[in-house]
Design a protein around this ligand. Structure first.
Ligand SMILES: NC(=O)C1=CN([C@@H]2O[C@H](COP(=O)(O)OP(=O)(O)OC[C@H]3O[C@@H](n4cnc5c(N)ncnc54)[C@H](O)[C@@H]3O)[C@@H](O)[C@H]2O)C=CC1
Ligand SMILES: O=C(CO)COP(=O)(O)O
Length: 336
């Protein structure tokens, strides 16, 4: 039994692919849940640092519990794994899985932990996984969870989704531990869409704060952004209640209200007119562009996403975007 009160199956050999903030935090979480963890980081310096008990580039100031076996050999990380967590950024997932393919253990679950939509194709990450590794069952782990919080062992709740409800429940039970509570869901698409699109609104929220547009504007933007998230989710077949959960509303609440979010921090810099080059990963940047294209192609009303994409590509300013949003034709609020 773990401290979380549920029966934990015996330890799995888990391969975590990606040595950034989230990969390292999840590796720690999997150790705490009683698994044997190998972490693939393509950068040998990260491997050496993890062996020393730290990852100063991605998780500065956090001491890593001993036990993670780090390697820059993807084959060694995957060898004999019972389950694989893919934790490279969304735009790099295709390349990483293509590299992993030759070594990938047959039939073991692949858990997608990135949040985004592929910019060039509009593919959800589960579709990319299905193309490259059609034999492996696919799941996604998402929800309001800052890597630093999870790495520190602070209480966090996430959702693990898979098309097969039994697989989702099994993974959720295996991943849960004292301070990581994993809910399960069979709405894989809904969980993916919620995690991907919240990043776009986190950038918008940061920009609203940075441009000093006020707390009322912030609340209006997040609320109306959530309407757009639900519209796009509906077009993909996501269930509304999934989007009301951890990987939609929950992650919006977290990342639209805290500069700890890299997407929020990116928007903050944008709103303050500060340089953007060199800022940490902001997944919402490529996702805004493709989400705006998807909305346009599918005739989905998504004015905030469209505005964020246009601000990011320099077509309009924040002030122009706000003016355009505020002068749209009036409508009933429930016109979702
Ligand atoms: N940091 C966080 O708090 C959370 C992040 N996520 C998601 O996890 C994903 C990864 O984010 P982070 O780890 O935070 O980013 P990060 O910027 O800290 O690290 C990204 C890592 O991916 C590696 N990488 C990039 N391309 C690669 C490739 N082709 N092959 C192998 N490795 C590659 C980089 O070397 C780096 O180690 C993102 O989609 C993010 O939205 C989700 C929840 C929490
Ligand atoms: O997804 C996250 C928390 O749930 C992390 O958000 P950022 O990528 O914006 O830091």
């Amino acid at each position: 039994m773990s401290g979380s009160g549920h029966k934990v199956p015996s330890g799995w050999r888990i391969a975590v692919l990606g040595g950034g903030a989230w990969g390292t935090a999840l590796a720690l979480a999997m150790l705490r849940a009683g698994h044997f963890v190998r972490l693939y980081a393509r950068d040998p310096e990260t491997v050496t640092a993890i062996d020393r008990g730290e990852n100063p580039r991605y998780l500065p100031g956090i001491a890593l519990q001993a036990g993670i076996v780090a390697t820059s050999d993807i084959g060694a990380a995957l060898d004999g794994a019972d389950c694989v967590l893919a934790v490279a950024p969304a735009q790099s997932l295709r390349a990483m899985l293509a590299t992993a393919k030759a070594h990938f253990p047959k039939d073991v679950p692949l858990v997608l932990c990135a949040k985004g939509i592929e910019r060039d194709t509009g593919a959800l990450l589960s579709a990319i996984a299905g193309e490259i590794l059609p034999e492996n069952p696919v799941a996604a782990l998402s929800g309001p969870s800052f890597a630093t919080d999870v790495a520190r062992g602070l209480p966090t709740a996430v959702v693990v989704a898979a098309g097969n409800e039994g697989l989702a429940a099994d993974l959720a039970a295996r991943f849960s531990a004292q301070n990581l509570r994993c809910y399960s869901s069979d709405d894989l698409i809904g969980v993916e869409i919620g995690g991907a699109l919240k990043n776009v609104f986190a950038i918008a929220a940061g920009a609203v704060t940075g441009a000093e547009l006020g707390a009322s504007a912030q609340a209006a933007m997040v609320t109306r952004g959530f309407v757009e998230l639900r519209r796009i989710g509906a077009a993909f077949g996501a269930r509304p209640e999934t989007l009301m959960g951890l990987s939609g509303l929950g992650d919006l609440l977290l990342t639209c209200s805290s500069a700890q979010s890299r997407n929020f921090a990116y928007g903050l810099a944008l709103g303050q007119g500060k340089p953007l080059a060199g800022l940490p990963l902001a997944e919402g940047v490529p996702t805004a562009a493709i989400a705006a294209r998807i909305a346009s192609e599918r005739n989905i009303d998504a004015p905030i996403i469209t505005a964020v994409a246009a601000i990011l590509d320099g077509t309009i300013t924040i002030r122009q975007a706000v003016s355009a949003l505020m002068t749209r034709p009036l409508k009933t609020e429930t016109d979702v």
